[in-house]
Design a protein around this ligand. Structure first.
Ligand SMILES: C[S@@+](CC[C@H](N)C(=O)[O-])C[C@H]1O[C@@H](n2cnc3c(N)ncnc32)[C@H](O)[C@@H]1O
Length: 392
């Protein structure tokens, strides 16, 4: 099929040739005449074919490349890409029946997330161009995996900029709104009325590792969502867990997860602002505090304010821990790991305390960081034991 052609400016090509799939508006010399969301062919200024992608004139990222081969983008194409993503995961995903099957750009399918929760798939489509392939993708998933149901949960203000409407509905068959699945031998629930695709699958390695330090502890899980961390800690022998979140629904689901796992008697929930809660805690009330706030900024221009918020949260948590474990995380892509880590160290210094690192964590391999796409790296995690300086 002959597609509209896009020609890059002279000299701008290294990042793109090295595997990055985004073409910005200021990198293009000849723009295509096409509808937003349409497929285009991309060429260098000297006429060399680079690949095919979809175009959106309303986005600073004008083109997202889907392939570097001169091939049709059709059912066969999506089938091949999804099988590739599945094969990669199948080698290492052993302790869970829920994982991210497709992680957008990192799997060569920009704008598409597919999470698997037991026998169900939940899709998130973030771009106009990818939304054009909705039916094809569903057809491929049905043919390859014959799932019990496929739900689309595409939400967020950024969709408006792309020119697409939010979607939250079953695309193939139907299923429960709370989908049960097993992870690290614990039953969890993905909430289709909740956040993201229903669960934060990206913290499961960190939660599992952290649970090695949970035995006998009184745990405070701040920004708990549906209790991923707290439930892991309780199942590993923590004495009690207090969950704090501003979402009433998330806490209700957390209670249900605790009930299913037979640990409801050790769970307490608090609906409210995490900053206020941490300010009010009496030092020594908890001996493991987990701090996992939402992404605090979306772009690199506003990082200072976000770093101040991280500092405040961690300062409070460290102050409240006489001894014990601080587990702290950031999913803000726009903040660099070193900057964030320095902020945590400063929070220790301001408290006149020391942290000894238990482990450093990141994203699991089903959310792969691509060596060519720094935007795929977002999750940062540290666990420390907390001490008075004089005690070490
Ligand atoms: C990154 S998610 C936490 C994920 C969770 N730790 C897990 O592993 O499933 C951030 C959570 O913070 C909550 N939240 C956002 N702002 C908050 C605030 N100011 N106070 C309390 N909770 C907040 C959101 O409702 C969301 O559940």
């Amino acid at each position: 099929m002959v597609l509209p052609r896009v020609i890059l400016k002279k000299g701008i090509k290294r990042r793109i040739f090295n595997g990055h799939p985004w073409i910005y508006d200021n990198e293009i010399s000849i723009f295509p005449e096409c509808e937003d969301g349409a497929l285009v062919d991309l060429f260098t200024s000297s006429g060399q074919f680079i690949g095919k992608g979809y175009y959106n004139s309303h986005s600073a990222i004008r083109i997202r490349l889907l392939t570097r081969k001169n091939e049709n983008v059709d059912e066969h194409f999506f089938s091949r890409k999804i099988i590739k993503a599945y094969t990669l995961r199948n080698r290492f995903v052993k302790t869970t029946d829920a994982y991210r099957l497709v992680f957008g750009e990192a799997d060569g399918l920009p704008g598409l997330i597919v999470d698997k929760y037991s026998d169900y798939f939940v899709l998130q489509i973030n771009t106009l161009g990818m939304s054009k392939f909705r039916e094809t993708i569903v057809g491929v998933l049905v043919r390859l995996f014959n799932p019990k149901g496929i739900y689309e949960k595409s939400e967020g203000n950024f969709l408006k900029l792309e020119g697409i409407n939010p979607v939250s509905e079953w695309l193939h068959k139907t299923g429960p709104i709370l989908i049960p699945f097993k992870m690290n031998e614990i039953t969890f629930l993905a909430d289709l009325r909740g956040q993201k695709t229903g669960f934060f699958l990206d913290q499961r390695y960190n939660a599992k590792l952290l649970s090695n330090y949970a035995h006998g502890r009184r745990v405070l899980d701040v920004f708990s969502y549906t209790g991923n961390f707290a439930i892991h800690m309780l199942k590993a022998g923590a004495n009690s867990a207090t969950l704090v979140d501003q979402s009433k629904r998330a806490l209700e689901v957390a209670r249900e997860v605790a009930r299913i796992n037979g640990i409801a008697d050790r769970v307490e929930v608090f609906e409210g602002n995490a900053f206020d809660f941490l300010r009010a805690v009496k030092p020594g009330d908890y001996d493991m505090i987990i701090v996992d706030p939402p992404a605090l900024v979306k772009n690199s221009r506003a990082t200072e304010k976000a770093l101040n918020a991280y500092k405040e949260l961690n300062l409070r948590a460290i102050k409240n821990l006489k001894e014990g474990v601080l587990a702290t995380s950031s999913c803000t892509q726009a903040i660099k790991e070193e900057e964030w880590e320095r902020t945590i160290y400063e929070a220790f210094i301001d408290n006149k305390k020391l942290g000894l690192q238990l482990f450093a964590g990141s994203q699991p391999a089903d959310h792969p960081v691509s060596s060519a796409i720094y935007e795929t790296k977002y999750l940062k995690f540290r666990a420390f034991t907390v001490h008075k300086i004089a005690d070490i």
